[in-house]
Design a protein around this ligand. Structure first.
Ligand SMILES: Nc1ncnc2c1ncn2[C@@H]1O[C@H](COP(=O)(O)OP(=O)(O)O)[C@@H](O)[C@H]1O
Ligand SMILES: [Mg+2]
Length: 286
């Protein structure tokens, strides 16, 4: 889906991305992790063809991003900006969702029905009122409008730059629930996130970026229990993997609230599994 071959990038004179090679396969859910200024957003903009590498090659679905137009790249990859206000440009939610579709589907009359259908699908999915003005909405709602406008085009690869930052718990779970469903249906996801709990719950693989270099790439489970690597990238592990690591032998395979609960109940000799956690494993309040 996406391949970086020895990619470097500089804004002016400072090298922001330093000789990064990586590959993202169809259907993967990959988290991109790293401290502020590590180069995560830059890496994503190289991935969607908005930026071209200073050296090396970025392949998007087998095509060199230097040789394809950004508009063509946009058909392969949907990109959610770190700040939704960089993305929103229309007066109503409905116009915002239709705006991207105009370019994806063209302007012919026979496509009008399809555009309306997809727009309505997004309004229903996010429970949005199409007549509202995005700029009068909360940050969380604007984030959802921006995501809806991206998803309406049904891109096979989704690059999400901190999709849950600044959202409350309920908004975060709404957005992550939708992203998880798209992933189950086959969409490839590359998601930047600072929220290690969200990453632990949803992503399968993690890339760790530090000062423009890729210093880690592997299953999220392994990253969460690698304090040396996390420390190098100024990241804190999610609470349950950190607790499991501290508890030591017997807890090696514990990564989720559900698994921790089950094992503790078992060790206590209690009726394992009889007391269900309210709301399931993704409900941190449980
Ligand atoms: N448009 C730009 N022009 C010049 N420098 C930039 C620009 N965007 C980002 N940078 C610099 O590149 C580095 C990486 O930024 P960024 O990719 O936004 O990191 P992250 O998303 O990991 O916080 C930072 O030092 C930042 O100041
Ligand atoms: Mg960023």
């Amino acid at each position: 889906m996406l391949r970086f071959d020895q990619v470097s990038f500089r804004y002016g004179t400072t090298r922001t991305i330093q000789v990064v090679s990586l590959e993202i396969l169809p259907g993967e859910f990959v988290a991109l992790l790293g401290e502020n200024g590590a180069g995560k957003s830059t890496l994503c903009r190289l991935g969607n063809g908005l930026l071209k590498p200073s050296s090396g090659t970025v392949w998007l679905q087998g095509r060199d991003t230097k040789t394809i137009k950004t508009s063509r790249a946009a058909r392969s990859v949907g990109y959610l900006f770190q700040n939704p206000d960089r993305q929103l440009c229309q007066n109503t939610v409905r116009e915002e969702i239709l705006f991207g579709l105009e370019y994806a589907l063209g302007d012919t009359e026979d496509r009008a029905g399809e555009k309306e259908r997809r727009c309505q699908e997004m309004l229903d999915l996010f429970s949005l009122d199409g007549s509202r003005a995005p700029f009068g909405m909360s940050r969380g709602e604007r984030q959802q409008v921006a995501l809806a406008s991206v998803l309406a085009r049904r891109p096979p690869l989704l690059i999400l730059d901190e999709p849950t930052t600044g959202l409350d718990y309920r908004e975060c779970m709404t957005i992550m629930g939708i992203i998880a469903r798209l992933h189950q249906e086959g969409t490839t996801i590359l998601m930047i996130s600072h929220d290690m709990e969200v990453v632990a719950d949803f992503a399968e693989r993690g890339l760790v970026l530090s000062q423009g270099r890729l210093i880690g790439d592997g299953p999220i489970k392994n990253l969460m229990k690698n304090p040396v690597l996390l420390n190098e990238a100024s990241l804190l592990p999610a609470q349950i993997p950190a607790l499991a690591l501290a508890l030591g032998p017997g807890f090696e395979e514990v990564y989720t609230v559900d698994a921790m609960y089950a094992l503790v109940a078992q060790l206590k000799g209690g009726p394992q599994g009889q007391v269900a956690l309210q709301g399931g494993g993704h409900d941190r309040s449980a």
